[in-house]
Design a protein around this ligand. Structure first.
Ligand code: SAH
Length: 252
């Protein structure tokens, strides 16, 4: 990159304000305008008391700011040379549209920088003492969204056969498809699943069950969005690991 961009797409992390990167904090402190998504913990905005705040929530199904409006606003500030931060929950490149937004801006002559954040799936697993990879148990992790724009189905059989730990985002409204798809795809009915709601926040809740019980268990637990699912043998390892954090015990 030749010069420092004045527009930044930045990950705010999963909720715990201490999980913000130092680079994100520095760019926030320097920002003139901050456009904030609604999964961002408001405490993080302490890093940019001087900035003009624009809230641009986009929660699925709720009242939200149209993407075209967000894009145009970013472009306007970008072209004015304003120091703009677009702050997103978790990591901006994991189901965060950073790729689309950066490309849209680049096509119009504005280069955006991107700063990683800790994505909710990684933070949620760690908060529950679940190692997403574990020698002899899981040699990989697959991050998937259960929600697609065209309602097409994922390749459940491929995911079931892959043998990696699955981390499912945006799955709360599609638990039935996940359970049925993976079981029909050959995943064992007793595969452990952890559901982790509001990961890394004081409101975190977690629960473990078997795949065949996913819908029933989530309903009894009253699982709500935002939540991630961790599906794989590694969930069993959680009990083996000493906890150093408060919200750690998986009930199940
Ligand atoms: N870019 C974000 C993901 C945005 S998609 C990231 O990297 O984390 C929104 C989905 O992320 C939610 O439906 C939920 O599945 C997940 N999510 C975001 N924050 C969460 C949190 N604190 N706890 C659990 N899941 C979360």
């Amino acid at each position: 990159m030749n010069s420092t961009p004045n527009v930044w797409l930045i990950g705010a992390g999963p909720g715990d304000p201490e999980l913000l990167t130092l680079k994100a904090a520095r760019l926030l402190a320097d920002a003139e305008v901050v456009m904030v998504d609604d999964l961002v913990n408001p405490e993080i905005l302490q890093h940019c008391p001087q900035a003009r705040l624009i809230r641009v929530g986009k929660r699925g199904g709720c009242r939200s700011t149209p993407q075209a409006f967000i894009n145009r606003l970013m472009l306007r500030y970008g072209r004015q040379g304003k120091r703009l931060v677009r702050l997103k929950g978790g990591d901006p490149c994991i189901f965060g549209r950073a790729g689309e937004e950066a490309q849209w801006l680049r096509e119009r002559g504005v280069e955006a920088g991107i700063v990683n954040g800790i994505t909710a799936g990684l933070a949620g697993a760690t908060q529950c003492n679940i190692p997403l990879t574990l020698r002899g148990v899981s040699r990989g992790v697959t991050l998937i969204t259960a929600h697609t724009q065209d309602d097409s189905e994922l390749n459940w059989a491929g995911l079931a056969a892959g043998g990696t730990t699955l981390v499912v985002y945006m799955g709360v409204a599609r638990l039935q498809q996940i359970q049925q798809g993976l079981m029909a795809g050959g995943m064992p009915a007793d595969m452990p699943v952890a559901m982790i709601e509001n990961a890394s926040t004081p409101n975190q809740r977690q629960h473990a069950c078997q795949l065949s019980q996913l819908c029933a268990a989530a309903s009894a637990f009253k699982l709500k969005s935002p939540a991630v699912l961790v599906i794989g043998e590694v969930v069993n390892a959680a009990e083996l690991i000493q906890s150093h954090s408060e919200p750690s015990q998986l009930t199940g």
